[in-house]
Design a protein around this ligand. Structure first.
Ligand code: MN
Ligand code: MN
Length: 285
């Protein structure tokens, strides 16, 4: 990632790629996303005018791409231990996926020392399946596993797709979610405020499944879903949640299916996250 100039030792933000997309059910290719996002970030100025922050002056380290395995279980296991090291070193892990199933390991690694962690997921899909195409740790099941294995202090934003059983389950379990229409009506700032009040915690993990966005903004996706969030709404949600985040990821970009714009947007959102977090934590480290 451009402007990730710090050594690991000095870094507060540790970016890494996980080029894994083996459970992708419709359009694979998110394994290409980490490198596409790095390439896309070469285009951006290091200075963020909104926050008055220069990313090149922040302690950001790019650890490169993690090694992956042919199957999801082994990949999730190693990813968990790698992210644990980052968290133990009191740094913020920032993952470039890869598919959404990977978020589970990052969230578990962040949650281990943080009892009251909340999890915010931006996603078009509920991802509440128990298993999908015979795979328990599929991308289509990640939110189910977060809720059952990590915490039910969970909010999903941008959801508009799922089979009837998943909507029923969301209702049964009282899971808080916002549709794109809710975001349009309420506005990103108030959605952030409501969500933080509901979760009643100071520490969250923020996961961005890029299909939360409308395919007009993000066409290069594993599972595109129309009628989604706008790019500036997602930016404002990230700006609002970043101050509370102890981990962050951008997943599900599939660069084979567009002309680069989804990786460009994903890289920009990642950079926006770092700028927003740094702005709100200036002077604290
Ligand atoms: Mn997802
Ligand atoms: Mn999705």
């Amino acid at each position: 990632m451009m402007d990730a100039l710090a050594d690991y030792r000095d870094a507060q933000y540790v970016i890494f790629g996980v080029p894994f997309d083996r459970t992708s059910s419709y359009r694979a290719g998110s394994r290409h996303a980490p490198d596409a996002m790095r390439k896309a970030s070469e285009n951006f100025e290091s200075y963020n005018h909104f926050f008055g922050i220069d990313l090149a002056e922040l302690p950001i380290h790019d650890a490169g791409n993690l090694e992956i395995y042919a199957n999801v279980e082994d990949t999730l296991r190693d990813l968990y231990y790698d992210v644990r090291e980052i968290v133990k070193d009191e740094k913020i892990p920032i993952m470039m996926g890869g598919e959404h199933s990977l978020s589970l390991s990052c969230i578990k690694a962040c949650a281990k020392d943080t009892e009251d962690i909340g999890v915010v997921v931006l996603d078009a899909h509920l991802d509440f399946r128990d298993e999908f195409e015979g795979e328990k740790y599929s991308h289509a099941c990640v939110s189910r596993h977060i809720i059952e294995e990590v915490t039910d202090n969970y909010v999903s934003i941008g959801v508009r797709s799922g089979p009837l059983e998943e909507w029923k389950l969301a209702k049964e379990k009282g899971i808080r979610y916002y549709t794109p229409e809710d975001v349009l009506e309420t506005g990103p700032e108030d959605i952030v405020r409501e969500t933080m009040e509901y979760m009643d915690t100071e520490k969250i993990y923020l996961s961005i499944d890029m299909d939360a966005l409308d395919p007009a903004y993000a066409p290069g996706l594993g599972t595109p879903e129309p009628f989604g969030l706008q790019s500036m709404q997602v930016r404002d949600l990230i700006r609002g949640f970043a101050p509370y985040a102890i981990g962050f990821d951008v997943v599900e970009i599939s660069p084979l299916f567009d002309n680069g714009q989804t990786a460009i947007l994903g890289a920009k959102l990642l950079r926006e996250f770092i700028a927003a977090h740094a702005y709100n934590n200036r002077g604290s480290k």
